[in-house]
Design a protein around this ligand. Structure first.
Ligand code: NDP
Length: 327
């Protein structure tokens, strides 16, 4: 059988962690033939470490055949040792009365430390997915703090936005979500993201032609996808942890095992594609194969799309300017 791979997860005792770890351990992320060792990180706080112990007891009690080991850590230098995959879920939530600058600064501290730790001890091929918000900017900070690792290995999660858009389009067109191809989401994981179905098909038919309603696109579809997280909090009284965990699984699985030619959305550092300045961690359409992603190039950007891309890019550049002095 295969040699186990090491998977680090931060914020492991949180809500998303609880919806994520059991699926990684059951083989849904890296394949049903790939043993994993979980290297879990939580803050040193006694309550968090105790909660982590409880989660580990449950992981043990699942008796997952693929779970080759579980470690609990409070130091990223230990949690990221030799890790092949790192899912950075833990982040500082906005507290009462907290200014945006304080939030950025608190997260800059966390993700600078984690980027440095990855740089020092992780596998040289580590694949990093940042889920903790602000995800794109946190990924940028970690990437900048890890100069010895390939920048392309730092990614942010746009997949939840992608999956939300796919589900809305399936409902609108009366087709199955699995039949939808060539959908993408540009930009920041925030309400400014631009879900773009201009190239998308369902059962081979153009979704743009089937929908044929630009007012629905601008006034219903985009706000529904953009504000979906808030709608779930309003309905459930809790955030969308299960669907976020599911999207993290999808992102890592496709990156590791390939997307079979299909487009998926990943937040990745730009190399200048579509006029996005190099280094900005931006949602792009990608295809994945052999453990590498490739940005889909050459798509036409019309005036409406350019305007949307400019808005989400400006927001991201504002966030990145806000942390520059901390890097
Ligand atoms: P969650 O597990 O619910 O969320 C974790 C992060 O994921 C937050 O930044 C959250 O952003 C983000 N996120 C991204 N997409 C979504 C989505 N669709 N729905 C909900 N969240 C999303 O938070 P908890 O508070 O339950 O758990 C966080 C854990 O992280 C805690 O146990 C804490 O101790 C730990 N932590 C660990 C750190 C470390 O390992 N060094 C550092 C900081 C915290 P948003 O805030 O916008 O909802």
């Amino acid at each position: 059988s295969k040699t186990p791979v090491r998977v680090a997860v931060t914020g492991a005792a949180g809500q998303i962690g609880y919806a994520l770890l059991f699926r990684i351990a059951s083989g849904e992320m890296l394949g049903k033939d790939q043993p994993v060792i979980l290297q879990l990180l939580e803050i040193p706080d006694e309550k968090a470490q105790n909660a982590l112990k409880g989660v580990i007891m449950e992981l043990e009690d699942c008796a997952f055949p693929l779970l080759a080991g579980v470690e609990a850590h409070s130091d990223p230098l230990q949690a990221f040792k030799d890790t092949d995959y790192a899912l950075l879920v833990g982040a500082r939530p906005r507290g009462p009365g907290m200014e945006r600058a304080d939030l950025l600064a608190a997260n800059a501290q966390i993700f600078t430390a984690q980027g440095k730790a990855l740089n020092a001890v992780a596998s040289r091929n580590v694949k990093v997915l940042v889920v903790g918000n602000p995800a794109n900017t946190n990924a940028y900070i970690a990437m900048k703090s890890a100069p010895d690792l390939p920048a392309k290995n730092f990614t942010a999660m746009l997949r939840l936005d992608h999956n939300r858009a796919a589900s809305q389009l399936a409902a609108k067109t009366g087709t199955a979500v699995g039949d939808i191809k060539k959908l993408t989401v540009w930009g920041n994981h925030s309400p400014t993201m631009y879900a773009d179905y201009r190239f998308a098909t369902t059962n081979g038919k153009s979704i743009k032609d089937l929908v044929n309603d630009q007012v629905w696109n601008a006034d219903t579809f985009l706000p529904t996808v953009g504000k979906r997280g808030a709608a779930i909090i309003a309905a459930r009284g809790l955030s969308s942890a299960a669907s976020a965990a599911n999207a993290a699984i999808d992102h890592m699985r496709d990156w590791a095992l390939g997307s079979n030619g299909e487009w998926v959305t990943m937040g990745v550092p730009s190399n200048g594609e579509y006029g996005i300045p190099a280094g900005v961690v931006f949602g792009f359409p990608v295809t994945t194969a052999g453990g590498e992603y490739k940005i889909v190039e050459g798509l036409e950007i019309d005036a409406f799309s350019q305007e949307r891309i400019n808005i989400t890019l400006a927001e991201l550049q504002g966030e990145q300017d806000g942390v520059k002095h901390l890097l």
